[in-house]
Design a protein around this ligand. Sequence first.
Ligand SMILES: C[S@@+](CC[C@H](N)C(=O)[O-])C[C@H]1O[C@@H](n2cnc3c(N)ncnc32)[C@H](O)[C@@H]1O
Length: 569
Amino acid sequence: MALASLPLRQSLRRKLRGACRSAQQEVSEVAAAATTTTTTTELVLEEEMQKLGLDADAQAVLLSAPLPAALEILAACREAAEAKEVRNPSAFVVARVRKLQADQRPQPPAEGSQLQMRVSKVLSHGQGLGFWGESEWVIMVGMGVLAGELVEVCISRNFKRYSEAQLISVLECSPDRVQPKCPLFGQCSGCQYQHASYEAQLALKREHVSGTLRELSGLELPSDIVELTVRSPQEYHYRNKITPKLEAVSAKHGGDADLLQPDGCNGPIGFCEQEWGHEQDASGRRWRGTVDIAQCPLATEAINAQLPAAREALRLRAAEALGKLRSPAARRSLARRRRSPLVALLRATTLDGVVQSWEEVATETIAEVGTFKFRAGNFFQVNSPMLPIFVTRIVGLAAEPLQGGDSLVPEVLVDLYCGVGVFAIAASRHFQRVFGIELDGGAIELARENAVANGAGNVSFQACDAGDGLCALLAASGASEEALRGERSVVIVDPPREGLLPVASEALLDWGPQRIVYVSCDPATQARDLKELTAKGNYVVKRIVPFDMFPQTRHVESVVVLERRMRAE
Ligand SMILES: C[S@@+](CC[C@H](N)C(=O)[O-])C[C@H]1O[C@@H](n2cnc3c(N)ncnc32)[C@H](O)[C@@H]1O
């Protein structure tokens, strides 16, 4: 039996180390396998490498190439060395192997070419993923396709590992395909799923929550842990808030352009286009234009009834505001403000009708929960018909008996990122004591009023950063705070899209409540936080419930319940 050449064995060992396979047993098994498979050709290879004086790295690179190619490269190197055309054989060999590998890499289809592909799956942002040709080159098609469909696409842009493409036509439809209600679907960036039946949308959202939480948290979650997506009672006309903006000509042009004039206020009013434009401004920035929206089928009927007048009022307001400013820079800066006079607000509420002023206090009744005041331009869940189901279910998850038997009823609740106190007040009947913490002082004032109006006498609110507020609460020394440190404490966290700041997750872990109900509108940041919260093994994920707060769009609200491990677990 011939012995394996040294570089071969070294290469195998390096590969093994690279793959982090630490078990000594595995190393010896593979090295032994190499011993038995060494051939005469490999011995020739080794001899040639030594003759040319290749260094260890070049040997390893050469050994990563298929044997016939490696021999060819060595022959070429020898020839070049004999002709004194190469001074550094190691560099020559590495360059040749790298070129070979680059040549063998799958090549993308040409930009602008049209091709057919089968959609494998729909990704969480709504794009379709497919593979093309023998090399299975990855292609991502913009919105509007469904898994299993055969589509014709045009390649718009190639990247290192994949291409972006635009849909030309659907050649074979999925049974889940339906006719979108909005004629602007595909053009407007507001909706991604109008072409999918509602059942298919619910399934997609469940799949996205499951995939994102698993992939980004790295947690091994049981296969059936993600429950069915809770459906919205209304598939259209559910949105209680829209903020259409006016595209005054140069709001989209940076640089020197001075087109943002009052008479430019005849532009479209609506939402961003789905596609980014190809033009660039002086600083290289691209932008998305605005789709003119006369009616939005997601918004409530009351909002749509007021939209024509609101659009006209917006044009007048924008022209007046821009007319007061002399400098182009000041006009551009005004146009970029989030609540600029170029943006309209339409917020529909049960008690005050459609409110159009950002700062006005509006009132919404949530059936079987209560009546809540909030500032029309600030955070309040946008799907009014879904709110009673959503709030009741979250409070129910928080108030369930704790591990250890029916008698272990939760007693103290913290509603972290509480806004105007919806969860805190809705939960007050189920807990002896409730605390709400929220950064926005104005929201906290309204939360206090809401608590009084809804007869929730056991709730107190604090205007503070979540992490700091939690630390301060735990440092206080009343009887309620004592109870907070006991084993019957629960927290609901409902942070903004960015998820928990490190100080908040640290404070949460230092505290160690018995249960965490984590409500999130971004499963990706939620997954990151779950990784952190479960890292030390104190918490385990018990339930995951997706809620469809945003039908027809890719967005989903993901609720995860974590329980503190019992000592014996
Ligand atoms: C997704 S909203 C949740 C509101 C509330 N739970 C509800 O359902 O109405 C997130 C809230 O977190 C608040 N917030 C943002 N950053 C915060 C921070 N660092 N500390 C505390 N609250 C914060 C926002 O003002 C907003 O009210």
